[in-house]
Design a protein around this ligand. Sequence first.
Ligand SMILES: Nc1ncnc2c1ncn2[C@@H]1O[C@H](COP(=O)(O)OP(=O)(O)OP(=O)(O)O)[C@@H](O)[C@H]1O
Ligand SMILES: [Mg+2]
Ligand SMILES: [Zn+2]
Length: 497
Amino acid sequence: MAARFEVTASKYRPKTFDELAGQEFVVSTIKNSLKNGHIANAYLFSGPRGCGKTSAARILARSLNCLNSGGGSPCGGNDAEICDNCRSITSGSSMDVLEIDGASNNSVNDVRQIKDEVLFPPHSGRYKVYIIDEVHMLSASAFNALLKTIEEPPPYIVFIFATTELHKVPATIKSRCQQFNFRLIPIETIQEILKKICAENNIKAEDDALFWIARESTGSMRDAFTLFDQVVSFSLGSDGVFIQSSLIREKLGIIGLEKLNAFAEACALNDAPLAFSLTDEILSSGVAIEQFVIDLSGYYRSLLLLKNGITRESLLGYRSALFSQKALGTYDSVRLEQALDILLDCYRDMRYGVSPRFELETAVSKLTWLTKWVSHTELKEALDKTRGITIPSAQQTQSQPQYQQQAPQQPQSQSQQQRSGDGRSLTDEFNRMLAEKGKNVSNNSGDNGYDEDVPMWSKDAAPRDAASRDAVSRDNTSQNAPQVEQVLNIIPGTVVQ
Ligand SMILES: Nc1ncnc2c1ncn2[C@@H]1O[C@H](COP(=O)(O)OP(=O)(O)OP(=O)(O)O)[C@@H](O)[C@H]1O
Ligand SMILES: [Mg+2]
Ligand SMILES: [Zn+2]
């Protein structure tokens, strides 16, 4: 029978503390306590999936029983080089290290059995170690049955608990254990490990492709290895395995950064036809609609981070220089925030809408006029500016509630228009402001009744958010368009044509 393919995650399970990546704090603390002979009754390892809890538990168990460890790391190397105790623990045949799955052995009876067993000393090692994985799955009574044993076990007993859900472990258990929180493994570390594995196995790989795998695994080494195996399986060519970004994109339906850049540039230029045709092209190439929305959200998030001076590749997903400078130059933080809002809403709505594609296309359409979008705050600030009111700080606002009456958040209909301190309506205020600038609004020339210098903004630059839309319809009827336009011209980043 042909030898079974061993998945990378098992093949590269760390065997010594030094091989455990990204958990420096845990490793140094445990190594120190081993060196000083301060062995706890019970350890509790918690943290996200696939970041080394079970591996660390096994390494600790081996350290405790290794014939060569001398109180430090267990022996490393291949099976022929390690001691008998380490070999039996690694192969799972040791009578002294018992691994129990907490999910399927979660009853009081299971715990009772453990309590009976702990009375027997270890077979060949110094310690008898119980590793209970997914310990949060134990029932409440099983936990209670364990308390006494954990607190005062026979001197040769060590418990190691591992869990992804620390909050489900009762405080009574936690307080009897030395706790170690495992962390997500940094992208760069994962990329380095993958690089090393490629070199050891004669696998050629593009840096970008390995970075992508590392990024997709979101801090879990196991996820990285699983994805790596999948990518290797379709990257086998005539002259060996070659891992390439383009092949990953093609096989896994991933959108490249160039496509996302092109899309964002089309939106930045308000080129809706181009944005729609790019969307169609991307979806036709086999990219799932959800994936497109996720990737676009990630892209606009990266632009927002870049706008705020963050250039770390591990946060952005790509090198900062690769992002479209045109898109970056066009948008400010407020509009990027809005782009993210649109896409995150779209993702949520896709589940309940008529068709996910319709939701996506609506979002695309909104993105194509994002440059003209105005936030409520900007609108309010602009209105305040036209009225010569300086905006008070939050503190002042709290202490002066009457401010709300003076500075409405959005324009009101004529009948509802709020009165300023001297009783004049907003319309009066605008007219006064324009009159001061030497413009007579009521005597406009042109067939639409408005001054040619101040074209009707509702023609092609209508704001699309609800508040502004309301403002348009009301103000159109009340002949206020030029005034509102003046307001919009004050708002940063707003193009009023
Ligand atoms: N810190 C790490 N350094 C190197 N490899 C790791 C690390 N963490 C995980 N791995 C790899 O991932 C595999 C799974 O790790 P392990 O079983 O220790 O994770 P875990 O934290 O127990 O995950 P889970 O919570 O899902 O049980 C290992 O076989 C190993 O190949
Ligand atoms: Mg585990
Ligand atoms: Zn050993």
